[in-house]
Design a protein around this ligand. Structure first.
Ligand code: FES
Length: 64
């Protein structure tokens, strides 16, 4: 089990659990993360799951 932290455009953070093999989109949709709709079912066509991944060398792993 992993912890994923989603940060909305307004700074609101959501820490949720993810299982091995799950995509960030499916975890977000399952947890009702605002702005990630997954409309095309992971076919890279709708861009509703556009994410920015922060620099993991800046202590992100320590927050897990
Ligand atoms: S569900 Fe990811 S781009 Fe459409």
């Amino acid at each position: 089990m992993a912890k994923i932290i989603y940060i909305e455009f307004n700074g609101t953070e959501h820490t949720v659990d993810a299982s091995p093999g799950e995509t960030l989109m499916t975890v977000a949709v399952r947890n009702n993360i605002l702005g990630i709709a997954g409309d095309c079912g992971e076919n890279c066509a709708c861009a509703t799951c556009h994410l920015y991944v922060g620099d993991l060398s800046e202590g992100a792993a320590d927050r897990a």
